[in-house]
Design a protein around this ligand. Structure first.
Ligand SMILES: Nc1nc2c(ncn2[C@@H]2O[C@H](COP(=O)(O)OP(=O)(O)OP(=O)(O)O)[C@@H](O)[C@H]2O)c(=O)[nH]1
Ligand SMILES: [Mg+2]
Length: 205
């Protein structure tokens, strides 16, 4: 019930553009929060739950469909960004290099980007792709927030222990990211995500 009012603002999100290169991204001084994660991790689903709009970002039946940067506008000053991701190892080298270039170019635009939400399947946290993203964000001084999503796939006990274990791994690796459990299926953790987003997007009065 609570989330209905708390994320009311995000309901106005509208699809803006799919971009294959950063040249296609609109200029301007709007601020952004990006969602990134391995293919099939649940990025688009998390965006749709946040915005209470099932049809906003396309949910893929085939993993790895999102090859473009998808932009959604919240208002004239704020945007959400669905970044392409994949399982790191299986991707052919040229595609991987192209992706690295796109990501690096995009993440460098730190004047626009206020934070990065890194989506991980709670059953497979901190894969090489994820630490690669954490390294990048740390390098560019970008704050990160981790969603251990698909929490509904585990019982409460294993959810908690995975959260604690992953927190410990982050600490040991010298990462300063915040982290939470999440489920797009039953909306657990939505309030916490909205809290982080509101801070990054400067929406707290
Ligand atoms: N049970 C459960 N399934 C989920 C959850 N989030 C996403 N899924 C499912 O996971 C699959 C992938 O979800 P997407 O949101 O399309 O994932 P994505 O990260 O955007 O995928 P790509 O854009 O292809 O990289 C879909 O079948 C979703 O229905 C969740 O919280 N719980
Ligand atoms: Mg997607």
């Amino acid at each position: 019930m609570e989330h209905r009012s708390i994320n009311h603002y995000y309901r106005q999100a509208k699809f803006l553009i799919s971009a294959a290169s950063i040249k296609q991204l609109p200029d301007g001084d709007s601020i952004e929060v990006a969602f990134v994660g391995r293919s099939n991790a649940g990025k688009s689903s998390a965006i749709n739950v946040l915005c209470d709009n099932k049809g906003l970002a396309k949910i893929s039946r085939t993993p790895g469909r999102t090859r473009l940067i998808n932009l959604f506008s919240l208002d004239d000053k704020r945007k959400l960004v669905d970044l392409p991701g994949y399982g790191f190892a299986k991707v052919p080298l040229p595609i991987k290099q192209e992706w690295e270039r796109l990501m690096e170019q995009y993440l460098q635009q730190t004047h626009r980007l206020k934070g990065v939400v890194i989506i991980m399947d709670i059953r497979h946290p901190l894969k090489p792709f994820d630490t690669h993203m954490l390294d990048w964000c740390q390098h560019f001084g970008l704050p990160t927030h981790i969603l251990l999503t698909k929490a509904d796939k585990l019982k409460k006990g294993p959810q908690k222990s995975t959260l604690l274990q992953t927190k410990k791994q982050l600490e040991n690796g010298g990462y300063t990211s915040s982290i939470q459990t999440f489920s797009a299926l039953n909306k657990t953790g939505l309030d916490q995500l909205v809290g982080v987003m509101n801070t990054w997007l400067d929406l707290n009065e």
